[in-house]
Design a protein around this ligand. Structure first.
Ligand SMILES: C[S@@+](CC[C@H](N)C(=O)[O-])C[C@H]1O[C@@H](n2cnc3c(N)ncnc32)[C@H](O)[C@@H]1O
Length: 199
């Protein structure tokens, strides 16, 4: 277990039980973001860093009973909270690190990742791993239910120009990891960057 893992697990482990009640009104924002992935009946989708599984219900609704929904997270307490909330009915939960996913190459149509990228110690490598499990032409959504400025204010900090999710940084980061950014929105009510796997 690396130091990075331990830090993430400690940070989110103590927050897991109260996670959903802290952000009770985010549901519609998740549903709207999932809608922009363009999923179809029968598609296969991963929620990377799924936490308590807040995206799993809209993802299941988008792919239907014939689709495949997988939620992967590194923090056991987050997955336990997902089970308590009954979200394991909407998707298969995996205790896994996005740096080495136990999934076959090109086995997915899309990856949804909410609030994940800022916590990755090696985002370029990790985005490359997300690309590996996605089929050519498949899509990636990097989402947060509030924008960068609103999140920074909530956390009592300023956004700096080196912020990974700033548009001038994120586009090249995605391009270097085998993704092409196709849209970028950063407003108070949400952050959503969409990308397509390129070959
Ligand atoms: C800010 S929370 C967001 C959780 C959920 N996606 C949501 O929107 O409510 C970030 C989540 O990413 C997970 N995480 C961080 N690094 C990870 C990694 N390398 N592999 C898998 N999950 C990771 C954490 O355990 C945590 O549950």
């Amino acid at each position: 277990m690396s130091e990075d893992h331990t830090h993430v697990q400690e940070f989110f482990g103590i927050r897991a039980a109260g996670w959903d009640s802290r952000f009770p009104d985010d549901g519609p924002a998740y549903a709207a973001a999932v809608a922009e992935l363009g999923l179809r009946e029968g598609d296969r989708v991963l929620d990377a860093g799924c936490g308590t599984g807040r995206a799993l219900t809209p993802l299941r609704a988008a792919v239907g009973a014939s689709g495949v929904v997988v939620g992967a997270d590194l923090t056991p307490e987050m997955l336990q909270a997902a089970v308590r909330a009954g979200r394991d009915r909407d998707g298969r939960l995996l205790l896994a690190d996005v740096s080495a996913l136990p999934l076959r190459s090109a086995s997915l149509d899309a990856v949804f990742a909410a609030g994940l990228i800022a916590h990755l110690p090696r985002p370029d490598e990790n985005l490359r791993e997300l690309r590996r499990v996605t089929r050519p032409g498949g899509t990636l959504a990097l989402f947060h239910p509030i924008g960068r400025a609103a999140l920074a204010a909530r956390q009592g900090r300023q956004i700096t120009p080196d912020d990974l999710r700033a548009e001038p940084n994120l586009g090249p980061l995605l391009a270097g990891s085998g993704w092409r950014m196709t849209s970028y929105v950063d407003e108070d009510s949400r952050f959503l960057a969409l990308a397509v796997r390129v070959d």
